[in-house]
Design a protein around this ligand. Sequence first.
Ligand SMILES: Cc1cc2nc3c(=O)[nH]c(=O)nc-3n(C[C@H](O)[C@H](O)[C@H](O)COP(=O)(O)OP(=O)(O)OC[C@H]3O[C@@H](n4cnc5c(N)ncnc54)[C@H](O)[C@@H]3O)c2cc1C
Length: 320
Amino acid sequence: MEETGEKKKPAPEGLHDCLIVGAGPGGLQAAIYLCRYGRSVLILDRGGGRTRHAKQIENFLSHRTISGQELIEKGMAQAQLFGALMERQKTVTSVEKSKDAGFPLFLTGTADGGLYRSRSVIVSSGAQDLLPRIGNLHKYFALSFFTCVDCDGYRTIGKKTAIVGSSEGTLRLALAVKQMYADNVTVVLDGYSPPPGYAEEMAQAGIEIIYDAPASLSGQEALSSMELKSGRRIPCEAVLSSYGYRLNDSFLEKLKAEGRLKMDPSGQKYETSRHFESSVRGLYIIGPLAGSDQAIVAAGEGAIAAMDLNKWLIEIYSGL
Ligand SMILES: Cc1cc2nc3c(=O)[nH]c(=O)nc-3n(C[C@H](O)[C@H](O)[C@H](O)COP(=O)(O)OP(=O)(O)OC[C@H]3O[C@@H](n4cnc5c(N)ncnc54)[C@H](O)[C@@H]3O)c2cc1C
């Protein structure tokens, strides 16, 4: 990539204008904006992450197809080019807020005993998919076993598709997939009994419901069948899993316990302003922790958060 900007040095005494938790599309986009405002930015990332697992992203503007790994590597290079500092293999374990001579001060701790100081924090740590134990999952994950209809539903077109999960959402997903992508749809309901009326609706749509749980996947090269816990084998070329995900937010526990950081009444995401500022001034939350689950949306939220945060930094630094 061509050099376009001055590399910024770390802020004096290791005090950063913003510390970003997570080098996914959300955190990296925020870093690019903030660095281009001349702010000092440190990104801490523990590695892995959902976007890195995506083998083919086809819905991100300007790329016909790109792997999540390549998207992240390009984003990291771009953020570093504009001066972002990056520490990899760093697991954030705590975020606290105090004051320093009237200025806000965040203290971020890491698993290896590190303690980082910053005026603000952007949390972009994403989520982890909840998945049952399924034999051979590693062979087919993100190739023919998918966890997100917005990401990969398109790749089930015309395929024998199994929808696996344990909620009403699993049934609604099956109806949607049948309408949009595939004629041959089977639902495997794992430990869940649908409310009255669903069985008829599914039958009318031509979708079989099987009350069982996935056990293993098989096929020569491509996926061709899924074995269930009962021993039954169903033919399938694609699987959409709908067990949901768990937020990567354990490092926010203290702020929550103090009652300063609030979750939305659903308990599934954090309360934020429309600029993604949380109930703690100077702490922004984007991506799945704010309720969205798409790479390009996380990136957009990173841009919105960074623009708003920069206005706040202008205010506090100029004493307004
Ligand atoms: C298989 C798969 C395919 C997908 N395909 C698409 C697609 O085609 N299109 C699309 O738009 N979206 C896709 N997604 C969804 C997309 O990856 C998510 O929406 C993602 O959350 C968006 O990026 P993010 O920055 O929010 O999080 P992530 O990409 O998950 O990045 C979060 C980062 O935070 C780091 N982190 C987490 N906890 C900590 C901690 N305590 N300390 C330090 N670092 C931490 C992680 O290591 C990770 O690097 C896919 C997801 C999966 C799983």
